[in-house]
Design a protein around this ligand. Sequence first.
Ligand code: PHE
Length: 476
Amino acid sequence: MSNTKSKKSHRRRGSFTGQIGFVMAAAGSAVGVGNLWRFPYLAAKDGGGLFILIYLILTLTFGYTLLISDISIGRKTGKSSIKAYGQMNAKWSFLGVLTFLVPVIIMTYYAVIGGWITKYIVTFLTGQGEAAAADDYFTGFITSPGESSLYAVIFMLLTAFIVFNGVEKGIEKCSRVLMPLMLVMIIAIAVFTLTLSHTDETGITRTGMQGLAVYLKPNFEGLTVRRFLLILLDAMSQIFFSLSVSMGIMITYGSYIGKDVDINESVHQIEFFDTGVALLAGMMIIPAIYVFSGIDGMKAGPSLMFVSLPKIFASMGGLGRVVGLVFFLMAAFAALTSCVSVLETIVANCMELFGTPRHATTIALTIIYTAASVVVALGYSVFYAEIPLPNGSIGQILDLMDYISNSLMMPFISLLSAILIGWIVGSKWIISEVEYGGHPFKHKRLYTTMIRYVVPAVMLILFLEAVGFPAFFLSK
Ligand code: PHE
């Protein structure tokens, strides 16, 4: 009886067709610009193989714990974050609202970044790859109000179209096509960069294979306790941004899976995909930069992708045009499946909150977010501002939104939800969901220890660091 009921409500809400569809969609959310422009940068900055090793260990412990929690909360309650947390404990609905606010904020700028990528696809498609290698090409583009808004709107509408078509026919279908394509493209470019070799003006020849060694070899030079802890924090914050945890996305996606899905196994598969793409991104970007400009050319964030890489593509000559095009197409697929997951989470929460149907809800939110994306895109021209952030950097509207959602809110939410699970509802609440139907949950002792003690402690440190209050051992 309850089974028929849950099947019915599942049909009304939409659902993934099975484990593969779910894993593809969740990996689609996890694999995004974070894998492409942040992971390689951190690996280059934080000691190569040393960072990679720490990252892998933390993914299998922290990432694993946070991802299992989100997906289980989603499937057990069958709801998105606002209602889900309320159902876990009525006094904690505020945490659901807080979690909901993260995608609400991220959505204002993710389509803007997607628009930048789309612009570069057009650039390479129309054979203007060389122009993109000029120093002020990127700045020229983002400061032009009309063009940058237009591309943001295009990407926003593309995202909206997929969400409009629903969980199975929109999200799952596009993830099943785009994710494997993306994987093939990134493997192709990574293998290609290993074959590169370049002799600079001073007569020094650097090869892709040497670049690979720079990337993979653990570098312990100048390693102090303080530096080690900073690397740990870098890896930690990268992991939960990269896995899309603590923002309600995996709760929403978890609410679309059936009881037959093996959550533990799915989490391993999603992590494998996400970490694999991050490693491949490093394998493609670090040797390429090393060959053409030495490793000091590594930069973080947008300038890596939109300024440094186009220069590298131009140095490759004619072939660079093709590689550049494939790279930006691949990046667009990664960004699109992530952007879809953000909008879907907002749509799902609103549908539950207001009882409205999918199509109307998507249209209303699309109107709001098209306007918001334009405002954020104009943050580099008409609405240009220099906003000082608590971590000491200066940013524009986009950076402010990113700072609030990622640096500030995500650790805080992880901290609170670990307390809720570990100390109030109890880790058994999650464990019983993972084990439902006889699926094994081998690491449940690790899970319980992590969620009760380790996650709260580390999230507190991350949060304090974000508000500009470094823990004593991190201060100079
Ligand atoms: N996980 C994505 C990445 O690694 C980032 C993301 C953030 C996705 C927010 C969705 C929402 O880039």
